[in-house]
Design a protein. Structure first.
Length: 91
């Protein structure tokens, strides 16, 4: 059974830049998940990445789609949001 790991926009952006997450994301030991909202957030930064690393937005979109990350829409986790807020240990 794979370990499920939630990833945020920073991890995804780092993977697109070729950082360490790009290696870890392809480790078959884990199943990476995120939200569709997070992927939309990442897409907003693609023009910046395009300029920074000289790769076209289309290529970056292709790389993004190839990342082994399962994205869930809000309907999937909506009922869990309140429970998550109640269990928030940061406060």
């Amino acid at each position: 059974m794979k370990i499920i790991v939630a990833v945020d926009a920073n991890i995804i952006l780092s993977a697109l830049l070729g950082g360490k997450p790009s290696i870890i994301l392809f480790d078959g030991e884990y199943q990476f998940v995120t939200t569709k909202f997070t992927l939309e957030e990442v897409k907003k930064y693609l023009p910046r990445l395009e300029k920074k690393i000289g790769v076209s937005k289309e290529e970056l979109l292709s790389l993004l789609e190839d990342l082994p990350i399962k994205a869930y829409n809000r309907n999937f986790y909506r009922d869990k949001l309140q429970r998550g807020k109640e269990n928030d240990l940061s406060h």
